[in-house]
Design a binder for this molecule. Structure first.
Ligand code: PLP
Length: 328
């Protein structure tokens, strides 16, 4: 049975409980209005989304808290609100309200009996079978699948990143603030180049040469004790983790947060840099284009923010209880 790549076998959370062998094909998914095993959720090779990239998706995490014996879906409503905005961009008629999407997600998580960290992938797309290149008049399809998920990148050692020669998609070409599937060609090109060249990740500049974001994450710099991040007009995906990090930085660490244009060479003189996003969580960046960031080790503020973020996300800090939806 296939396992998803990048899926560490984190099935072990409670040593005394015998764990069933997990397989993607057997996992229960939501597909076009019903819950079924993944193997039954199939699409046509002639689906427009497969041919033209006309789909949109979300990436959501649920964190297992072994002390509470609870799985917490993180910022579930916020993700589905962004998802409905992405659907609107693509004229995808989603037959479910945000409340219904949250409910069915919780139902799938429960039915899959997860007791470990999980990734949730809602996906809406232009389906059926047609070579017509258009948004209207094409059937919409919708799925949610889930799988066990640990760290997507190394979150402790520090990442070495490359400023990509690929520019971030411009909002006038592809809606940058939507998670549209076709836009991820841009991310795949940048991250693949970075990996080929021996880096861990890429940072995009906008078409006008300002810092935008990572290949699938937002970026923050620390300069003179302040957090700085590119504004929502810098062709970024308006990250949900980005807002969460800003809240923790202000409320818990008392930091000033500034949203403004960031020049490329500010990356070379920043005291600290980190990425944030559902996949990467909060990940220190310790090298940019071969130049050490600060001391060349994960920065103090980054480390404190990362710790505060994880406490909130895993349900260990009651001040952020409204970020979380308990699954059980
Ligand atoms: C291109 C891009 N930018 C930023 C992010 C971070 O967004 P979020 O924090 O909502 O996961 C993601 C990940 O979803 C992404 O794919």
């Amino acid at each position: 049975m296939a396992q998803l790549q990048d899926t560490p076998s984190t099935a072990a959370t409670e040593d005394s409980v015998p764990l069933k062998t997990w397989s993607l094909e057997d996992s229960l998914v939501f597909f076009n209005g019903r819950i079924c095993p993944m193997r039954e959720a199939t699409v046509s090779v002639a689906a427009p989304a497969l041919n033209y990239g006309t789909g949109c998706f979300e990436g959501i995490r649920a964190y297992w808290n072994p002390d509470a014996g609870q799985l917490y879906a993180l910022k579930l409503r916020e993700h589905y609100e962004r998802f409905t905005q992405s659907c609107r961009m693509l004229k995808i008629d989603l037959p479910h309200s945000v409340d219904e999407l949250c409910d069915v997600t919780l139902e799938i998580l429960r039915r899959n009996e997860y007791r470990e960290d999980v990734y949730i992938r809602p996906l809406a797309f232009k389906g059926g079978a047609s070579i017509k290149l258009r948004l209207r008049g094409v059937p919409d399809e919708f799925a949610i699948f889930t799988f066990p998920f640990g760290n997507y990148v190394d979150i402790s050692a520090g990442l070495s990143v490359q400023v990509s020669s690929w520019r971030r998609i411009s909002d006038n070409a592809i809606p940058a603030r939507s998670k549209v599937t076709g836009a991820y060609i841009n991310s795949a090109l940048a991250v693949d180049d970075a990996l080929e060249a021996g880096f861990d990740e890429a940072i995009f500049l906008t078409a006008d040469g300002h810092v935008s974001e990572g290949s699938s994450c937002n970026v923050f710099l620390v300069r003179d004790g302040k957090l700085i991040t590119p504004p929502v007009t810098a062709d970024i995906l308006e990250g949900i983790t980005r807002l969460a990090v800003m809240q923790v930085a202000r409320d818990t660490l008392g930091l000033e947060v500034v949203e403004r244009d960031v020049d490329r060479t500010e990356l070379y003189v920043a005291h600290e840099i980190f990425f944030c996003g559902t996949g990467v969580q909060v990940s220190p960046v310790t090298k940019v284009d071969g130049r050490a960031v600060g001391t060349g080790r994960p920065g103090d503020l980054t480390t404190r923010l990362q710790q505060a973020y994880f406490e909130a996300a895993r349900g260990s800090d009651p001040r952020y209880a409204d970020w979380l939806t308990p699954v059980y």
